[in-house]
Design a protein around this ligand. Sequence first.
Ligand SMILES: [Zn+2]
Length: 197
Amino acid sequence: MAKTRTPKLLSMKDSRVKNQLEMKPRPLKKKEREKVKKAAKRAERQNQPAIVSTTMFFHYNLQLGPPFRIICDTNFVNFSIKNKLDIMQSMMNCLLAKCIPMVTDCIVAELQKLGQKYRLALKIVKEQFERLPCSHKGTYADDCIVNRVTQHKCYIVGTCDKALKRRIRKIPGIPIMFLVGHQYTIERMPDAYGIRT
Ligand SMILES: [Zn+2]
């Protein structure tokens, strides 16, 4: 029977081990360094807990209650007019409570920019809607709405815009009103109000 040889351990003083220990890792190239930095930042962002407002009690937004304030964007107003809906009445039919349709300065500016075709929308907005003043630059209404509802959770957002809906869904406690067929529907409305969604 052949004798099994136990492998000899290298001594730490062995030149082969010493060489390996002294070998320094290759310094990272600039691009690689940036990649590492970016990854670290991303990880940090993902680990941060979302800041939840103190008015949120579990999933119920206590600031929300009648009269409901509904910020409507341009497409919501336009689709409503196309479908011949009385905006205020349809809102009340949907929520079974008093509703205040609202627009911001930049939404009105957007409607003005859209020109003649939207003059009826502009007229209705000016006559029936409450106006929220804007202090920001530019007229990009989506950002304005998102910022507002993030800071003040007392609104419902009326929009048919898919991208805006997606952004609003990420903010806890903000229900979204939109058109389905010839009426409004609300999503993410707390059950506490007894409204079927
Ligand atoms: Zn604005």
